[in-house]
Design a protein around this ligand. Structure first.
Ligand code: NAD
Length: 424
């Protein structure tokens, strides 16, 4: 099919946490959209009008889009060619040996290769390693001989929205477009121009670097207080007091609070720089700091309790961050695996995630150790502290790197937390 025969304005390939809200947002701006995913269960959920994950206000949007009839669905990547603009929102994980895993992108490219015609645009919305957009352009040039930027258009338009804020940020966050060749940037801007956000044109590699370095900045930003937390334990100092001393009325302060830092983006995007870094190991060290927080918390608890074998441990939170249902790449799971290797009896509770978990009361019942792995709003509520007092063992140790209750102690016994806590 040529672009003049287009039956849709845009195809979105990969209806995940990025692709589905984007496809719905395009349809809501009166574009005819083809949504493509090879996960049949995901497609059925969307077809039945059910969001397969939680995204603020997206359920109502899905229902509106259904009523409007501007979204069609397909399992076949090649069907994307029915639209002039094709946006790839596929996963881009990292191999464990620090190299971008482009298998989903390559597979979609191969499916599209024979059906692309002059007039098509291919837009990488996924987060990619520097050089990937030029690789995609080169791949199309090599296998189909297209003049990129004149006949077929290729650009990187990275997704920079945070989960849970998609619909609020799609019209406000500047949309970076790095187009290959003379006209790719301009053609792709026509698509993203349906949103109110300003469009910023740049080169493909600068768009790639801007996206991954925004996440590297955040990952490093949180590694610093996490490393400080470990240093403070070594010196018997209080990390929350040191952070307050750093930041209080100091114009060059601004250190963040400690916590469990991971998630699908932060945990892997640094590898897209690290795979060919001029300072190899620097960002790996940042990762090692964030990745060692679960072990640090467990060792701190073990020192205070004298061993964790056969003790009941309640883990509060399985999601990778507060108030999300996304468990992918959450450090809570690593924490649980490490606790199990201590032969502890672990029970976890999370009111947000799809994984079924026992009630808070059941989870806490008789626990000798409570670890707050995600700082969900429910946990920060004083009623969770009251539930610990009611259900956990009397001298229960609480490990709370988030300072949920204002007690300003990473490790403290329940009575101490209640006495010191701002909400206790
Ligand atoms: N999740 C976020 O908050 C976020 C934010 C910014 C950027 N990103 C980036 O956006 C990209 C997508 O992330 P995500 O969280 O939406 O991923 P995801 O895993 O939720 O979604 C990917 C979707 O693609 C589908 N898929 C995989 N291979 C396919 C194929 N060959 N054909 C058709 N469908 C296929 C999967 O079934 C899945 O539904 C990644 O590069 C990620 O780093 C994610």
């Amino acid at each position: 099919m040529t672009s003049s025969q287009s039956t849709a304005d845009v195809a979105v390939v990969g209806l995940g946490r990025v692709g589905l809200p984007l496809a719905l947002s395009f349809a809501d701006r009166d574009l005819n959209v083809i949504g493509i995913d090879n996960d049949a269960a995901r497609l059925s959920a969307v077809r039945e009008g059910r969001m397969p994950f939680v995204e603020t206000d997206a359920q109502a949007l899905l229902e509106r889009v259904h009523a409007g009839g501007r979204l069609t669905l397909s399992e076949r990547v090649a069907d994307a060619a029915a639209a002039r603009q094709i946006v790839l929102t596929l996963g881009t994980p990292s191999f464990s040996h620090i190299e971008i895993d482009m298998r989903d992108i390559r597979s979609a490219l191969d499916d599209l290769l024979s059906v692309l015609t002059p007039g098509h645009s291919l837009i990488l919305r996924s987060t990619v390693a520097p050089g990937t957009t030029e690789f995609v352009a080169g791949y199309l040039r090599k296998h189909r001989g297209f003049a990129i930027g004149e006949e077929v258009f290729v650009a990187h338009a990275p997704e920079r929205i945070a989960a849970g804020r998609f619909l609020a940020e799609i019209d406000t966050l500047p949309c970076i477009i790095g187009g290959v060749g003379a006209r790719s940037g301009e053609v792709v801007a026509e698509l993203f121009g349906v949103f109110a956000a300003p469009i910023v044109q740049t080169t493909p590699v600068q768009a790639e670097l801007a996206k991954i370095w925004a996440n590297i900045l955040r990952y490093t930003h949180f590694a610093l207080p996490n490393l400080l937390m470990m240093d403070c334990e070594r010196y018997a100092a209080n990390v929350f007091e040191v952070i307050d001393l750093i930041n209080r009325d100091y114009p060059r302060g601004g250190i963040a609070q400690p916590g469990l830092t991971a998630g699908t983006c932060l945990r892997k995007d640094f590898t897209f720089s690290e795979e060919r870094s001029a300072a190899p190991g620097m960002l790996l060290a940042v990762s090692r700091v964030n990745e060692s927080v679960p072990l640090f918390l467990i060792e701190g608890a073990r020192r205070r309790l004298g061993g964790l074998a056969d003790r009941k441990v309640a883990v509060l939170g399985l999601a990778f961050k507060a108030d999300t249902d996304d468990e992918r790449d959450s450090l809570a799971h690593k924490l649980i695996r490490l606790l199990e290797r201590e032969l502890a009896d672990v029970v976890a509770h999370d009111p947000h995630v799809p994984t079924p978990t026992p009630s808070l009361a059941e989870t806490l019942d008789g626990a000798e150790l409570v670890i707050v792995a995600a700082n969900h709003s429910e946990f920060r509520d004083v009623r969770t502290l009251a539930a610990i007092a009611e259900h956990a063992s009397e001298d229960c140790l609480i490990v709370d790197p988030w300072n949920c209750w204002g007690a300003a102690q990473v490790f403290a016994y329940a009575a101490e937390v209640a006495a010191l806590g701002a909400v206790g």
